[in-house]
Design a binder for this molecule. Structure first.
Ligand code: NAG
Ligand code: NAG
Ligand code: NAG
Ligand code: NAG
Length: 391
């Protein structure tokens, strides 16, 4: 046997010994948990087993790469997970839940127990500490409308509860809010932009400019960008926040909204490709979410709104199909050079007709557009985390 081979055999031997040691450790640990569970509640023991299963030696990145190679994270179904005992966070444990997303008063609690199960693999767990370490000295920026805010609040809460009692400070500008987690020097910003392209006040009124992105100068300084827009493109007066549209140098009173959306999104796409330093900044697009106003979309004709919904749509297919704006997003991204990672949350959010605040938010009124926190946006962020690790 050559020296090299001998070395190979002996290191294999060491490796096997190591693995046996690990395995026996795990057996002992699980046996201890079994004993432990006789004295303490089953629920607590289950929680511990869950934590232990997620800490067997390999790094989060390795784990995520194993999990996501060959698996579409966005294809799957919602399954009831009885191991879920408490929500990940609530208004007591997280100071960032805005009233509109606060479902403390909602009487049914089952909506908190659904887990997104991709068809081909398990989703890596969200590791807030890992994000805080990885992005030390950096800035993560969410840019978009109130669905970005929904996502942002969830992200802040998930980070915050991963390091209880962490120090933070808040910084406001006229267009943004930034939470700085001081112990880790990580900044998380929400930049308010309904259309991504500009709306400017001119002498004739407010003009939606389909070919201009002035705020990009601010955005491109961040290290991670996560964009979203659609909700306001369809709005009409009095909710429509512009008087004219400027399209390729021409001013019009109105135009086909899908065409306007496509035009605006193409401007954004071009801006990403020409202005963002993709060696420094990662770019994501948060796919269109889901409103639930018409039961026929999910196979319950006659049902109006989401008020009495307590379970998701069963299975992987949304009867109403993929909405047109989500198709436009896919087309526009296909036209780019792989510079943007699509967080394709559209279908999985559509399946969650039960996830909205409906009439239980802190304001009154019915909301079937945003999602309860804790809730569905936590899954968006779990997917965001998995994508951050592997993209
Ligand atoms: C939040 O959760 C904690 C611990 O799980 C619990 O003690 C507290 O009462 C909850 N607060 C609300 C408002 O539900
Ligand atoms: C916000 O402030 C910046 C300068 O600090 C200014 O250029 C911009 O026009 C302001 N935006 C709005 C919407 O008021
Ligand atoms: C919800 O259910 C209650 C009680 O069954 C009913 O009175 C109410 O009309 C339902 N609301 C909607 C929007 O379907
Ligand atoms: C692809 O990009 C070009 C250049 O921005 C644009 O003119 C074209 O409309 C885009 N195609 C689609 C399908 O969006």
């Amino acid at each position: 046997m050559s020296k090299k081979m001998a070395k190979g055999v002996s290191s294999t031997f060491v490796y096997i010994l190591g693995a046996m040691f690990m395995l026996s450790f795990i057996f002992v640990f699980e046996a201890m948990l079994t004993v432990f569970s006789r004295f303490y509640s089953d629920a607590l023991a289950k929680k511990l087993v869950h934590i232990e299963r997620n800490t067997r030696g390999i790094s989060n990145q390795e784990e995520a790469e194993i999990i996501t190679s060959n698996c579409n994270l966005f294809e799957g179904s919602w399954v009831l997970d009885d191991d879920v005992i408490d929500p990940l966070y609530n208004t007591t444990t997280c100071p960032f839940i805005r009233k509109t997303f606060d479902c403390t008063n909602r009487p049914d609690r089952q909506y908190l127990k659904y887990k997104w199960q991709p068809t081909g693999c398990d989703l890596p767990r969200f590791d807030g500490r890992d994000i805080l370490r990885r992005y030390k000295g950096k800035q993560i920026m969410f840019i978009g409308d109130s669905l970005s805010l929904n996502n942002y609040d969830s992200f802040l809460c998930l980070l915050y509860v991963s390091v209880p009692g962490m120090n933070y400070k808040t910084k406001l500008t006229n267009q943004s809010v930034t939470v700085i987690f001081e112990d880790y020097d990580v900044s998380v910003t929400l930049f308010n932009s309904l259309f991504l392209v500009d709306v400017e006040v001119e002498h004739i009124g407010k003009v939606l400019k389909l070919n201009s992105i002035k705020n990009g100068e601010i955005w491109k300084q961040a290290d991670v960008l996560i964009f979203n827009t659609w909700l306001w493109w369809a709005r009409r007066k009095p909710k429509q926040p512009w008087d004219y549209i400027e399209n390729g140098g021409k001013l019009v009173k109105d135009m086909n909204r899908m065409a306007a959306f496509r035009r605006g999104l193409n401007t954004w796409a071009q801006w990403v490709e020409t202005e963002v330093d993709l060696t420094k900044t990662k770019v994501f697009y948060q796919g269109e979410a889901a409103s639930h106003h018409h039961g026929e979309d999910w196979g319950e004709p006659g049902v109006k709104g989401c008020s009495n919904q307590t379970t998701p749509v069963v299975g992987s297919i949304y009867p109403g199909g993929l909405p047109l704006p989500a198709q436009i997003v896919k087309q526009v991204l296909k036209n780019m050079t792989n510079s943007v990672y699509l967080l394709d949350i559209t279908i999985l959010s559509h399946l969650r007709k039960d996830g909205h605040p409906s009439n239980y938010n802190g304001y009154g009124g019915i909301d079937c557009t945003h999602f309860c926190l804790s809730g569905v946006p936590d899954t968006w962020n779990q997917l965001f985390y998995a994508s951050l690790l592997t993209s």
